[in-house]
Ligand binder design. Sequence first.
Ligand SMILES: *Cc1c(COP(=O)(O)O)cnc(C)c1O
Length: 390
Amino acid sequence: MISAVMPTYARVDLAFERGEGMYLYATDGRRYLDFGAGVAVNALGHVHPHLVAALKAQAEKLWHCSNLYRVPGQEKVAKRLIAHSFADTVFFCNSGAEAMEGVIKLMRKYHDATGRPERDRVIVARGAFHGRTLATLAAGGQEKHLKGFEPMVEGFDHVAYGNLNELRAAIGPDTAGILVEPVQGEGGILPATREYLRSLRSVADEFDILLGFDEVQTGNGRTGKLFAHEWAGIVPDVMGTAKGLGGGFPVGAILATEKAAVGMTPGTHGSTYGGNPLAMAAADAVLDILLSDGFLEQVQRMGALLSAELGKLVERHPRHLMERRGLGLMLGVKCLVPNGAVVDALTANGLLTVAAGDNVVRLVPPLIVEPSHIAEAIDIFDRSLAGLAI
Ligand SMILES: *Cc1c(COP(=O)(O)O)cnc(C)c1O
């Protein structure tokens, strides 16, 4: 008999009842060190007092009122995001896929509004993940996600991630834009080089097409900058973000320049829940912390520490692990044994991580991680690998 909850996930038989900071407590009372953060969502860990207070206060005033009206929380959060990014304007939605769906719509609409409606195709990278809606699945282009869900949404051309020649060759008279993740997340924690991202900017300028980034996972402080593309010293025309932005409350956003958003006029896009007062209270409180003095520098220091420790771990376990990779607190180790077995062994020993593509174990801890948590995680790694057959 089918389970009451539609069985679309291969779930671990483990349920949590509460969380606190870096730790989760399961229904059986066991404590877990959380280096998965709900797949890079719990940016400030669990039940952060500042977030709890903000949501409680908002919950007693107003939950939802619709985008038929002005939402002051949206205006405030949008202004903050604009003040700290390339963007001139922000659209709020509820998830990563919804943000990326909107990024793709904006790219097509830009050319329609500027008199070149034939430009409706988007160049995307192989190994990318942009979400599970029909258009974002087509953008990701992964056979295993698309199988059985055809016909595929038209309008995407796939090139090798990091290969500029292939990208240039794919640009045609119907190209609307380029869409990439600055660090491929689900694909296996693969950072693009800064040179590649800079070249994407010049190519987009050269052909007057839009450069879009998927910063759903890399955004909101994850790599030690508010947004990962800042490391390359360039800006996109449009970007989608989500995961960490609500610290666990569902919220997504499309950030764009005024030029890129020229076609996004009243009636062109919408979302019933998008940017409701509760979501905006959460995002505003997350930004309070992310933008506080020295916070992102601390993320960079903890990223460097975890990365160095993972490097040593790989050296200690040359028959289990191959390499460490990533940026900031978005890190991964590529395994020589099946990554699922490593994730399971770590879980059994009280450390939560997330599997990613390319046989990688992903470590995306809350950004509030401290050296003692890193030491504890590495210790669990050592013990777990020692007990794992090769
Ligand atoms: C998680 C993710 C998405 C999809 O986000 P959802 O909130 O699951 O829809 C899109 N792009 C990237 C890079 C992601 O990591």
